[in-house]
Ligand binder design. Sequence first.
Ligand SMILES: [Zn+2]
Length: 521
Amino acid sequence: MKPEVEIYDTTLRDGSQGEGINFSVTDKLRIAERLDHFGVHYIEGGWPGSNPKDIEFFAQAKKKKFRKARLAAFGSTRRKEIAVEKDDQVRLLLEAETPVVTIYGKTWLLHVKEVLRTSADENLAMIADTVRLLKDHGKFVIYDAEHCFDGFKDDPEYALATWQSAEKAGADIVVLCDTNGGCLPSEVANATRLAISRLNCPVGIHTHDDIGLGLANALAAIEAGSTHVQGTMNGYGERTGNCNLTSVIPTLAFKLGKTSVPAGSLAQLKDISQFVDEIANIGHNSRQPWVGSAAFSHKGGTHVNAVQKLARSYEHVDPLLVGNRRTVLISDLAGRSNIVMKAHELGFKISNDTPELKTILTRIKQLEHLGYEFEAAEGSLGLVIHKILQHQEPPFIVDAYHVSMRRDGANSICEATVKVRVGDQLNHTVAEGDGPVNALDSALRAALSKFYPLVKKVKLTDYKVRILDSGTGTAAKTRVLIESSDGKEQWGTVGVSFNIIEASLQALVDSMEYRLLRISA
Ligand SMILES: [Zn+2]
């Protein structure tokens, strides 16, 4: 069945223009494969005329079989005053051998005159010639009307003439682009309505988020009748980014009731968002709508209490619909409900009537007062609860440690020794590292792995230091937050001390202990 709105993903082209994003050919192929499985309708792979990496991508992509998505090569209309057959950039588009070719052309006379430095008529011919040549080669042609709304505001008749030029030459879709990202939803809706009434082909929308309206503008066009939307995963893109598909897709499904990707893919939305972040090596944005880890997190005591009774009371949809989950943040505001919900999340059986609940709350408040913070340290919080609920011996105890540093010529060398006790057995280990914390981590891991081989899989993925009460200078306390992963699960732990090494060790010990208790739970 044809979807009501087609999704055109340009993460690999427009998205790769974003700050800090640099995809290799292999990265691009992996993302393309994932997007295909997810069910987007078009994957724009790159601009073969702009760099050799994109030519290589299309050469490799030819050998892949995509299930449903159609691969698009991106480029521009021919240069001015040259026959389209002689334009190298257009030739490269054909050589990419994709079923779809997307070209952009000028709508705005300001650009035609000041940037291209050519005539209004030559611009119309450049659009028509290029579309026609691509159609003659059997391509499905998408025409991206650049600076479309700015051009329309300046000279609506000329803007329309450019879109019609593309359509008459055989363009399969005309896409209206807010290239500078500064338009308002009402402007987008008006121009889209006019384009739809004057063109016979479908009309698409491509927006940027420069004033935070990328999604709103795309929706305005869709509500005005547009049936094709272009954007990127996680909103990657130049400047503040493109219209974010991880917001467009669920909004279409759950707010506008329109079909786009297969219904079964919606619950994979958070996964694909994280996958793309991982490949791009970009930190996950916790505040990202729909898929961010904070998108369904609750902190205030009354909210948590209400969500526990009736999720709908403080959640606009069920987080599971997009593969996300509800989380409860622990803070000074923490009431009994927060702790109970957090404990459930961590796998403890506990209710509002559990007698130990009061002790747990008091202990958390004491620790918070000392400078501990549990919002990003659910591992340490889990241990606090565990210790009060099940009066068990910890899996290991660090009896002693020693860290030393010296400099030898240009090299600085750090060494750590750790003495670990498990039951009545002792293990004493020495390790070197790039820094004191790294050395300590290696020594602790080496000592524990004799007793618990699974700690070899645990890796430190992030390390953050925060100075508390900085007014007191060097005597200030240090809070260390670390993130660990075993390849499947991630957890955070925290340590606080006047000594940064001691605080780091506490967080490291909690990390290992949490992992070991998870296994026995
Ligand atoms: Zn763009």
